[in-house]
Design a binder for this molecule. Structure first.
Ligand SMILES: [Zn+2]
Ligand SMILES: [Zn+2]
Length: 288
């Protein structure tokens, strides 16, 4: 499998474009440019399967052959991962219908966007003309679907849930992706892996995993965050290894990195590597 990190930013990925943002790390990332700039988290399992969609900006910038894209996996519906109107516009540009896979919240969002358009001047919804060029496939945790040449299993992420009340805003998903005996875990966005998810991962041996590295070296209140920092990644990796889910040879990628809270890529990549984390950047292409 070829995994192409198109975007590796967290929800603050627009920070560098905002001239009023003078946060220390943002200013330095802006100065350094290149790998230090990050767009919204999005990946391509080349050539056919996209994961998440904020916009087509990285597809254009990295000159992806979009005519070959046939499938889109949605992890969850936070704005940096899922924008229905933009997905429909992208689907309209494709030669064939785009097959979209996601939870019930994604289904509702796409159904609504397929039905209505927003008339900005009148400030009201109107009926959307024509048919949307998408086919939606609902996927639930523990369900496996064939997606092009891949076998994809959804698992429940520890994200978009209130730990105290246990209100789950949506069923956020992470994905196990298998092809030709190779196994990848795409774990964005998520805090520490849920026990039930750990059990369902236990039947597999992963060659590569992508974990949420939102907060880098920053200490965070785990009760308030649906993400990882580097220390939590190390803990997650240790528990995956202790259960034999991850071999010593497996590569651990960190992605979904905050621009405001984490030093720019160039300043942090070596230290992350010493912690066993290969820090992703926009445009990184790897065989997994
Ligand atoms: Zn996110
Ligand atoms: Zn999120």
């Amino acid at each position: 499998m070829e995994l192409w990190f198109l975007g590796t930013g967290a929800g603050d990925f627009r920070a560098c474009e905002d001239p009023a943002n003078e946060e220390e790390y943002v200013v330095r990332a802006r100065e350094l440019g290149g790998r230090n700039l990050r767009d919204a988290s999005q990946a391509l399992i080349a050539p056919e399967v996209l994961i998440d969609f904020h916009s087509d900006r990285q597809l254009v910038q990295q000159q992806v052959d979009t005519r070959r894209i046939k499938h889109l996996l949605i992890t969850h519906c936070h704005w940096d991962h899922f924008r229905p109107a933009q997905i429909l516009a992208f689907a309209d540009s494709l030669p064939e219908a785009l097959h979209v896979y996601g939870n019930e919240t994604a289904e509702a969002g796409l159904e609504f966007a397929s039905t209505y358009v927003w008339e900005a001047e009148e400030k009201r919804f109107a009926v959307r003309p024509g048919e949307a060029n998408i086919v939606f496939h609902a996927i639930r945790p523990e369900q496996t679907l064939v997606v092009g040449s891949l076998q994809v299993t959804a698992v429940l992420a520890n994200h978009h849930v209130n730990p105290e009340t246990r209100v789950m805003e949506e069923r956020a998903l992470n994905y196990v992706v298998e092809e030709n005996g190779r196994t990848l875990f795409y774990g964005l966005d998520s805090s520490t892996v849920l026990p039930g998810t750990m059990d369902s991962l236990a039947s597999r041996r992963f060659d590569s995993i992508v974990l949420d590295a939102t907060f880098g070296f920053l200490e965070i209140d785990r009760a308030k965050s649906g993400h990882h920092n580097f220390e939590m990644i190390q803990e997650t990796v240790a528990s995956l290894r202790s259960r034999g889910i991850l071999t010593e040879e497996a590569v651990v990628y960190g992605s979904h990195v905050s621009l405001e809270r984490v030093p720019p890529h160039d300043d942090v990549v070596d230290e992350a590597a010493q912690m066993g984390i290969t820090l992703a950047y926009d445009g990184l292409r790897v065989t997994v």
